[in-house]
Write a protein that binds this ligand. Structure first.
Ligand code: NAD
Length: 285
């Protein structure tokens, strides 16, 4: 894999896995954050292809437009509705859940939005830390708090909340303290939801290694500079060095894990983490 291969091709219908699940229908709604790009966009498309009404949210309006266009091109069985919202603003979060509830019974929530910042702890800007924490920890908690009553209010009171974690929620790399702290925290939130879900509202997290998205491609130059490496060395040595599977995952691969996690196939997945990291965290040398 070279640095030129990190932009994945557009998702095609045959890459999306579908589950025959009686809860996957247009009357049921899944709220997906970060849905204007990368993993969130792929997840919105995959869940719509599975028949759900998807409320795709992001701060990036153009990205959301692209998500709707892709859904139309793929002719997904369920629709994709878009709501622009800034997850650092409580008013936006409240409006988002209110609008989502207008599109169907909220049964599922996928907390995917995120951002990265590379700096040593001594240099880490606290305002950036606050934004990372706001988007990647506080907003998932507040969205969960607001969506839980909706899920409990559905016919059978059942549903699920899926949170995007990372290998950085298992172990960490240097100069990503905001991200590392947030990913450990989201696994704590996942378990807290499971603890309070009474077996009816499930929660799970997904931890992957590097996935070919703008969040990753945009950090290659910074990492190269701070570690005095070439961009190619960053991909081969830093991103894939410890993985046994020597290729970046594609967003659709992660989207299919959200489909799995929300589906009846995962009825015993509660509080757990789907660690799909190509062997990164369980092997050494
Ligand atoms: P991405 O940059 O393609 O998408 C992230 C999205 O989050 C963007 O559309 C962005 O606009 C949105 N966002 C950022 N700040 C926001 C805010 N204030 N309000 C609303 N939306 C906001 O990145 P991605 O790689 O698809 O990342 C998605 C998630 O997956 C993140 O939580 C990330 O940490 C996680 N993740 C990514 C990788 C990877 O290698 N790409 C690996 C493991 C985990």
């Amino acid at each position: 894999m070279t640095v030129d291969d990190v932009t994945p091709p557009d998702i095609t219908a045959d890459q999306i896995h579908t589950v025959d699940d009686s809860d996957f229908h247009a009357g049921h709604c899944c709220l997906v954050t970060g849905a204007g790009s990368g993993i969130g966009q792929a997840t919105a498309l995959a869940l719509a292809a599975n028949g759900l009404t998807v409320v795709a949210s992001d701060i990036d309006e153009d990205g959301l437009l692209e998500t709707s266009e892709r859904a139309a091109e793929l002719d997904t069985a369920g629709t994709v509705q878009t709501v622009t919202a800034d997850l650092t603003e409580d008013d936006d979060i409240e409006r988002l859940v209110e609008e989502a509830a207008g599109y169907g019974d909220i049964k599922y929530l996928a907390n995917i939005a995120g951002l990265q910042h590379i700096d040593a702890i001594e240099a880490f800007p606290m305002d950036v830390y606050d934004t990372i924490h706001g988007v990647m920890v506080r907003a998932p908690l507040y969205l969960s708090k607001l969506c839980l009553p909706h899920i409990r209010d559905t016919d059978d009171g059942r549903g699920a909340i899926g949170n995007m974690a990372s290998v950085h929620g298992h172990y960490v790399t240097a100069e990503k303290v905001g991200y590392n702290v947030s990913k450990f925290a989201i696994r704590g939130l996942t378990r807290s939801i499971a603890a309070e879900g009474n077996g009816e509202v499930r929660s799970f997290s997904i931890s992957t290694g590097y996935v070919a998205t703008p969040l990753v491609t945009e950090q290659i130059p910074d990492t190269a500079e701070s570690r005095n490496l070439s961009p190619q060395e960053v991909v081969e040595d830093v991103m894939l060095g410890q993985a046994r599977t020597k290729e970046l995952m594609h967003p659709v691969d992660v989207a299919n894990l959200f489909v799995l996690g929300f589906s009846k196939l995962s009825r015993h997945l509660n509080g757990g983490d789907l660690l799909f990291d190509g062997g990164m965290t369980h092997t050494y040398e």
